[in-house]
Design a protein around this ligand. Structure first.
Ligand code: PLP
Length: 416
């Protein structure tokens, strides 16, 4: 993964069985069989360390954050603001105030569209791509309806890469923002974001990256990438649902107006006029998801302790092994064959509908996702209704992939 930096070597190599034992949900039985969980791109399982940390907050630290003089409120505030430091370090941000807590990637993109995009207008353009998740399309369409800004779309090649030549043609002095996915959830493609950012900055255009599928798989350093905005979702990186991060360069966040009003985001409220809190608090109206933020930081710590080198090797092995095994199944066609891929295999089985394949696999205790994966324009590009998607995490095993391949062979017999 050339566009994602790896961490220094870890001291000891984790043992897969011990790692798996840290994820209670992997013990779940589905239709009488231990689950083979291949739906990690939709949401990943949570390690005990995350569950314990959240329980500790609710059991002994539960209080609202900020402004409290009592000890428990200070404990909660310390944990919440400590989580901001953890996430700043996780993303390699220069300052903790560049970390805004959100409900996830979707809310992070909506925040940038509502606030950073609010002065865009007719004659301005935003560059997206054909492989975007709906959460990096629809907020910009809503903005376009409000302001008249035009959306320009980078096409995707047959094997699932961004057409970089076309991107360069679209990039112009009308471009106000480039907003692209770092790693595609449907294809697994790792986009050449370093090059894209350099090209965009060459025209003084800021770049937003949707990092929902990047942060679970490899170390991301926002300063190293020099990206302007970076969005992530905790639940895809082994943390709780309903929480995430918008990273924004301080120079951008400072100049942006609040997008939601309420408690915590103000400095002073008066009916004659209200002044706003500093960044990042001016973007965090209302009581936040305190336990979620703390749990997300525990997940970030967990990943760093496990070590990105081990995670990378494990997932590359699963991707290579799975690709080889599945490609050998007659009638199976992999959608998304870019040379640089995260551990995602999207495929079709002959003429069988993805939904039917997923249903048959579920009877065998194998969890895959079927459908358009919230990337309908991409499915339209390939002229297909959807795919079956197996998305791996470091805790998956070759034996589970053997079960998937056997299950698919049986499904092929049943559905042909
Ligand atoms: N972007 C990508 C690439 C995703 O895969 C997803 C979720 O599947 C999202 C954005 C949206 O994430 P969330 O629903 O956590 O906001």
């Amino acid at each position: 993964m050339s566009t994602i930096a790896t961490s220094p070597d870890t001291l000891s190599t984790p043992d897969l069985e011990s790692v798996r034992a840290e994820f209670p949900a992997l013990l779940t039985e589905v239709h009488g069989k231990p689950v083979a969980y291949f739906d990690n791109a939709a949401t990943a399982q949570k390690p005990q360390a995350v569950l314990d940390r959240m329980e500790r907050y609710y059991r002994s630290e539960n209080a609202n954050v900020h402004r409290g003089v009592h000890t428990m409120s200070q404990l909660a505030t310390d944990a919440y603001e400590g989580a901001r430091e953890t996430m700043a370090s996780f993303l390699g941000a220069a300052e903790t105030r560049e970390i805004v807590f959100t409900r996830g990637t979707t809310e992070a993109v909506n925040l940038v569209a509502a606030s950073f995009g609010k002065d865009f207008g007719p004659g301005d353009e935003i560059i997206l791509s054909e492989m975007e998740h709906h959460s990096n399309i629809v907020p910009w369409q809503l903005l376009s309806q409000r302001t008249g800004v035009r959306l320009r779309i980078v096409p995707v090649t047959d094997d699932g890469e961004l057409d970089i030549e076309e991107f360069r043609i679209l990039l112009s002095d009308r471009t106000r923002l480039v907003a692209l996915v770092h790693v595609s959830n449907s294809l697994g493609t790792i986009n050449p974001v370093r090059q894209i950012i350099a090209d965009a900055h060459g025209m003084s255009v800021p770049v937003l990256l949707d990092g929902a599928q990047a942060t679970p798989h490899a170390s991301v350093n926002v300063q190293d990438l020099d990206v302007d905005f970076y969005c992530l979702s905790s639940h895809k990186m082994f943390g709780p649902t309903g929480v995430g991060v918008l990273y924004g360069k301080a120079e951008h966040l400072e100049g942006m107006s609040p997008w939601q009003g309420g408690g915590d985001m103000i400095e002073r409220v008066d009916f004659a006029g209200t002044t706003f809190n500093e960044i990042p608090h001016k973007f965090e109206a209302g009581t936040p998801h305190i336990a979620g933020v703390i749990g997300m930081a525990a997940a970030a710590d967990y990943l760093e302790n496990l070590g990105w080198d081990w995670i990378g090797q494990q997932e590359q092995d699963l991707l290579d092994y799975g690709t080889k095994l599945l490609s050998a199944i007659p009638g199976l066609r992999i959608v998304g064959t870019a040379p640089k891929k995260a551990a995602v295999i999207s495929f079709l089985m002959g003429n069988a509908h993805p939904y039917d394949v997923g249903t048959v696999l579920d009877r065998m205790g194998i969890a895959v996702r079927t459908g358009h994966h919230c990337t309908q324009p991409l499915m339209k590009r390939y002229g297909i209704p959807g795919t079956v998607r197996a998305s791996f995490a470091f805790y998956n095993t070759r034996e589970e992939i053997d079960r998937l391949a056997e299950g698919l062979e049986r499904a092929a017999g049943m559905l042909s």
